[in-house]
Ligand binder design. Structure first.
Ligand SMILES: CCCCCC/C=C/C(=O)SCCNC(=O)CCNC(=O)[C@H](O)C(C)(C)COP(=O)(O)OP(=O)(O)OC[C@H]1O[C@@H](n2cnc3c(N)ncnc32)[C@H](O)[C@@H]1OP(=O)(O)O
Length: 359
């Protein structure tokens, strides 16, 4: 639920009444969310390296990128609620450690049995990812990286896993606003993808139905991908005048070889779950009628493995590639920024909006 201005102001007042010092990390988070909620994205000059306190504040605020004010307000209210209701005296907030569910507008996030589940929750829009959902996934991954779960799962609510980027995101804005909106969105996309690159624990995609666009490319950064046999994998970037993102220009050729990667990323070949599994993008395929039961039994068993060993092993396998992946992500976002402003892309979006073209 969206928080009202009144709830936000109440939360600001409640912070002053906290009995225990929440610690510097939380105070920085509160500061950043407050600034984002009241002033929007950070556009202050960066303080000098020796101005430690102001630099830490600036870093925290700047890390929120283009998060909308509304999302920042909601996150601030949630954070203050967790602090007020918590009996923790530690200086660390442990999201998910002391409660089962966190409120988001477009996600349902639950923690149970050592597993944090992040479920995309816009089933009537086939779980298309709008700006707010991107921001919420960034926040949910951040929280999951710090909670006491062993595994984190990404899945979708309803018949789709996810229909990719919300193609209506640019509707209703004027020609004069488009360049700035595209730039802000691409800054956000870079942070979004980096939060997958940086995720410290095993991240499992439970692909319950068709996946499109960025929902497919990001699978290359997940540690296991379990798919229903009803799932399909489609990256129609060329149909949309776009180019690959989610580090897929690097991960897909590595996973399946350049020719098969180009078939998907350039020529938009849609794969069945079995085909995606044969190419190494999917770990295992399950019959749809037993999918949830089988996958969750498997995950429950994995979540009982020693947590530190699992986390460290994932990091040993993944960390070697991090610098490369940051660079790939930055380059893909820069190319995509141009593509999004191209006539090819604008025409494709207009076609979608007028429902002339169904893929
Ligand atoms: C942040 C920076 C930008 C990054 C850009 C990089 C791009 C990454 C990508 O992800 S590209 C891929 C984008 N996605 C698509 O092209 C899919 C578009 N959708 C479809 O083709 C179809 O909707 C479908 C095949 C997914 C499902 O078809 P169908 O079963 O016939 O259902 P509907 O079309 O009636 O859909 C139901 C409902 O959902 C809305 N919807 C579906 N997908 C999207 C979407 N991607 N964006 C916005 N809305 C979507 C659809 O409009 C319907 O809404 P309505 O009931 O009409 O209100």
């Amino acid at each position: 639920m969206r928080s009202s201005q009144e709830e936000f102001e109440n939360a600001v007042n409640r912070v002053k009444l906290l009995k225990k010092d929440p610690g510097n990390e939380v105070k920085l988070k509160l500061y950043a969310l407050y600034k984002q909620a009241t002033e929007g994205p950070c556009n202050m000059p960066k303080p000098g390296v020796f101005d430690f306190i102001n630099k830490a504040k600036w870093d925290a605020w700047n890390a929120l990128g283009s998060m909308p004010k509304e999302t920042a307000r909601q996150s601030y209210v949630d954070l203050v609620s967790s602090l007020s209701s918590s009996s923790m005296s530690s200086s660390q907030v442990k999201p998910g450690a002391d409660r089962k569910q966190q409120e988001y507008e477009n996600l349902v996030v639950t923690s149970e049995d050592g597993i944090t589940k992040i479920m995309l929750n816009r089933p009537t829009k086939k779980n298309a990812i709008n700006t707010q959902m991107y921001q919420e996934i960034i926040l949910a991954l951040k929280a999951a990286s710090k909670d006491n779960s062993v595994l984190t799962v990404l899945t979708g609510n309803g018949d789709y896993y996810c229909s990719g980027n919300d193609l209506t995101d640019f509707s209703g804005i004027t020609a004069g606003e488009i360049e700035e909106k595209v730039k802000n969105n691409l800054d956000m996309l870079r942070v979004f993808v980096n939060s997958f690159i940086d995720f410290p624990k095993p991240l499992i995609a439970v692909v319950n139905g068709p996946a499109v666009g960025i929902a497919v490319t990001i699978l290359g950064l997940c540690d296991a991908v379990y798919a229903s046999d009803r799932a399909t994998f489609h990256t129609p970037f060329s149909h949309l005048g776009l180019s690959p993102e989610g580090c897929s220009s690097y991960t897909f050729p590595k996973i399946m070889g350049p020719a098969k990667a180009i078939e998907m990323l350039v020529f938009g070949k849609k794969l069945t779950a079995e085909e995606a599994c044969a190419r190494g993008l999917v770990t295992e395929v399950f019959p749809d009628n037993t999918f949830q039961k089988q996958v969750w039994a498997r995950l429950k068993a994995y979540s009982e493995f020693p947590a530190n060993s699992i986390r460290i092993s994932k990091q040993v396998i993944r960390n070697m590639e991090k610098e490369k992946l940051y660079a790939v992500n930055a380059e893909e976002c820069s190319v995509l920024q141009e593509r999004l402003l191209s006539n090819e892309c604008i025409n494709a979006a207009v076609n979608f909006l007028s429902r002339k073209a169904k893929l």
